[in-house]
Design a protein around this ligand. Structure first.
Ligand code: ZN
Ligand code: ZN
Length: 354
């Protein structure tokens, strides 16, 4: 659970935090509702929601005082602050205008850095959060194991994606992390292609990118499989992506620059003359949202901190021919803990022939 005083202390004097995005409210309260508001004031921390969720919230939320969102005006009158920092990234202009009209005596500040405060806190996971990510990842891996023996030429990408989704949900996933990617053959050269009615053929590579959600926390993994014996070039590209992915993971450690992980991956591709075929960034944080801070790209100037969970997911995409991507989730280890990170993905990475 984050420290609320850490958040309010980082805001200008006399300013309370007005947190209304569902992911941030969930982070602060541990409770999921789609109409919620957290107010962090010098007087206390409050969780407001509507009557659909009120009773459950009163049972589940311990760290904040739970109130009916219909009584927001009364609560605002009780609080000492007249100035509220809002999440600029999540607040629409319309919502802000309505709020200002309703509470003309209050000031709503969009430039106090509240988003960044919450983003930075959320990037570093505690043991409970990592446990949920691990559980989600285990479900994803078990689902993959279950569907692989049934994959054969003639099946469509859609059928494979649906099978994976069904098994993840059957195994206890609360939800899917995102729309499962299943792309094959020439379609595999689209990094985020949508599963189509294309039928698998012998000689195809098949890329599956998918994840499960447990307790609000997401998992994310990618593997590429060969349908029948792969050709020499396909094999070479698979080996190169694996070498780049391992170089990326080896670069993950507390204190490393995010762009250094990206550079480690790119260096392997560049040395093989293939850099131009790696067309996206190397990785991203994973947690209550599938993509969150930090970003591992050329332009990311952040630093990796112990407890952050990030993906390392290089790929090579040969337009009109085929694509390969391998993705693991790793947690940045504390300094002196041995290796620089702990891999939360247990699934083998050697090319598998189906
Ligand atoms: Zn992914
Ligand atoms: Zn990813």
């Amino acid at each position: 659970m984050p420290s609320f005083s850490h958040i309010t202390a980082a805001l200008p004097a006399g300013t309370a935090a007005w947190v209304s995005s569902t992911a941030n409210c969930r982070y602060l309260s541990g409770f999921a509702a789609d109409n919620c508001l957290c107010l962090l004031s010098a007087r206390g921390a409050y969780y407001l929601t509507d009557k659909r969720y009120l009773e459950a919230a009163q049972k589940a939320v311990a760290a904040l005082e739970v109130r009916d969102i219909e009584k927001l005006t009364e609560l605002l009158n009780e609080l000492p602050e007249k100035r509220f920092a809002v999440e600029a990234e999540h607040t629409t202009l319309a919502a802000l205008a309505r709020r200002q009209e309703k509470y003309p005596r209050l000031e709503f500040a969009a430039r106090d850095g509240l988003d960044k405060l919450l983003t930075d806190l959320r990037a570093v996971k505690d043991a409970r959060e990592v446990e949920l990510i691990r559980r989600a990842q285990i479900i994803a891996e078990q689902a993959l194991d279950q569907i692989l023996p049934n994959i054969r030429p003639g099946q469509t990408e859609k059928e494979i994606a649906q099978a994976l989704d069904f098994v993840m949900l059957t195994l206890g996933a609360d939800a899917l992390s995102f729309e499962t990617i299943a792309v094959s053959g020439a379609h595999g050269s689209l990094p985020h292609g949508v599963p189509s009615r294309r039928k698998l053929r012998s000689g195809d590579l098949l890329t599956l990118d998918f994840g499960a959600v447990i307790g609000g926390y997401h998992s994310d993994m990618t593997r590429t499989f060969a349908i029948g014996k792969p050709g020499d070039e396909q094999r070479r590209v698979c080996e190169l992506v694996l070498a780049a992915q391992e170089a990326g993971i080896a670069a993950v450690c507390a204190g490393a620059q995010c762009n250094a992980v990206d550079a480690a991956v790119r260096a392997v591709f560049d040395a093989a003359g293939m850099g131009q075929y790696f067309t996206h960034s190397t990785g991203h944080g994973v947690g209550l949202e599938i993509h969150e801070a930090p970003t591992l790209s050329k332009n990311s100037n952040g630093t990796l901190l112990p407890g952050m969970v990030v993906t390392v997911e290089p790929g090579l995409y040969l337009p009109g021919r085929f694509g390969v991507r391998i993705e693991d989730m790793v947690q940045v280890a504390a300094p002196g803990e041995g290796s620089g990170c702990v891999n939360l993905t247990g699934y083998p990475k050697e090319p598998v022939v189906l």
